[in-house]
Design a protein. Sequence first.
Length: 286
Amino acid sequence: MDIRAIVMGLAFVLMWSSAFTSARIIVADAPALAALSVRFALSGLAGVALAKVFGQSWNFTRTQWKSILLFGLCQNVAYLGLYFLAMRTVEASLAAVLASSMPLVVALLSTLILRETSKPMAIFGLVLGFMGVLIIMGTRLSSGSDLVGIAMCSVGTVALAIATLAVRSTNAGGNVLMVVGVQSLIGSAVLAVLSPAIDTYELTMSAKLVWAMLYTTFVPGLMATWIWFKLVERIGTVKSAAFHFLNPFFGVAIAALLLGEHVSQWDIYGVLTIMAGILAVQMSKA
């Protein structure tokens, strides 16, 4: 793996992991789905505008449009929609840990649905990784974490895994930024329809909320997604997903640093176990 790919992967990890902390700040003061819809509208319009400036096109094939639609619905509506709703009661560190188990879910779905043959190391990694998730979930539940919120995060993680598999058939080529912008607008439109039926419209304006919205919109929302597409194009889905083994650590660390969330000894054990499991799964595909 070349240096540029490593830098891109680390940048993606930091941006992706920080999104849970900024999302936690947003949902504390704004309606979750409405705020997420606004975020996607801003990042989508910015992405499409920049793509046009760089000469990119939205003339995709039917197969590409299906993949973009599936990616937008699974990642932006199902995954992030459920996580934003859940994070009204679930800690940012726990949400980051649950989302970071996505490579394990991808490996599991690839085995069960795509009938890909799993090596012994991959099976060991799956078992180890999910054990780490159970350690953290058990610890947090015993300390009063919301079971419904955890369940929503779990469903959202499966949706994120499906979105990751959909990237394989997008083949964005030189139109990556356009793909990012379009799938963001798809998410914004669907969430805007869902918001009135789900959200409670209470808004507390503050500088902290504005900065969190701007950061979430343009850093994890636009830049991280663009970097992810480019990374997958550069080194492939399997090698790109290997960077996810760092997400549990950074997600917990950022939440603890910026939000003051408590990290127990069992959380650390769980994070290390998940990281080892994800790494084992990715090494089995090398």
